[in-house]
Design a protein around this ligand. Structure first.
Ligand SMILES: Cc1cc2nc3c(=O)[nH]c(=O)nc-3n(C[C@H](O)[C@H](O)[C@H](O)COP(=O)(O)O)c2cc1C
Length: 189
């Protein structure tokens, strides 16, 4: 059986990075299922920055959308077998909810479940500058087992387009999930 992942697009700038991760996961032969979550502001940012709708993203192979208002969705339970979750972009608000363990939204509940079940949780935070609360929350989730991976793309591969930046960052995210990619651009020394 292939791998199952959850991708959450929350209300921060950089939704194109979330789309890039989703596309690369969808194309990866090791992946069988992808649950897609979007917060209300995540939907708005996705539309403003890419022109895409959640429904269009859910047309990608293997991807199925969950309703953020449905706190009884499969991803809210530890019994749902999955191999990890990525919030990309991850807003400071989503980070704060996860750090506080409030589980009041489907995204924060699903993330909380990953932490309690010791499954990989990657938080691609997008906020700048950072205040003390953000910094403390990052340390808190790190100590609880999350991987804090701010949306800081690398420039050493000489990207020519925003898509190049998104793709190289997406490769690094898949690395964190233990997924290899045949066409990954990598530093060769
Ligand atoms: C257009 C727009 C852009 C935003 N960009 C960011 C951002 O880059 N980083 C951030 O932390 N919050 C940003 N916010 C604020 C969050 O969306 C807001 O705090 C929200 O409550 C986060 O909740 P969510 O994670 O459930 O989407 C933005 C809001 C809007 C409307």
């Amino acid at each position: 059986m292939g791998q199952t992942y959850t991708i959450a697009i929350t209300g921060a700038s950089g939704s194109a990075f979330g789309v890039a991760v989703l596309k690369r996961l969808s194309a990866n032969p090791q992946v069988e299922r992808i649950a897609l979550l979007l917060s209300p502001t995540g939907k708005r940012c996705l539309h403003d920055e890419t022109g895409l709708t959640p429904k269009e993203l859910a047309e990608l192979p293997k991807v199925s959308l969950r309703d953020e208002r449905d706190l009884g969705a499969d991803v809210s339970s530890g019994s749902f077998r999955q191999d990890g979750m990525v919030l990309i972009p991850c807003s400071a608000g989503a980070l704060g909810r996860i750090a506080a363990g409030t589980s009041e939204t489907l995204v924060s509940r699903a993330a909380d479940v990953c932490l309690k079940e010791r499954r990989p949780l990657v938080l691609c935070l997008r906020e700048t500058p950072l205040n003390r609360i953000h910094l403390e929350n990052m340390l808190r989730v790190h100590d609880a087992g999350a991987i804090v991976m701010p949306l800081m793309p690398g420039y050493y591969s000489n990207p020519e387009t925003i898509q190049d930046l998104c793709d190289t960052f997406a490769t690094r995210v898949l690395d964190q999930l233990g997924l290899s990619e045949a066409d990954a651009r990598r530093w060769k020394g």
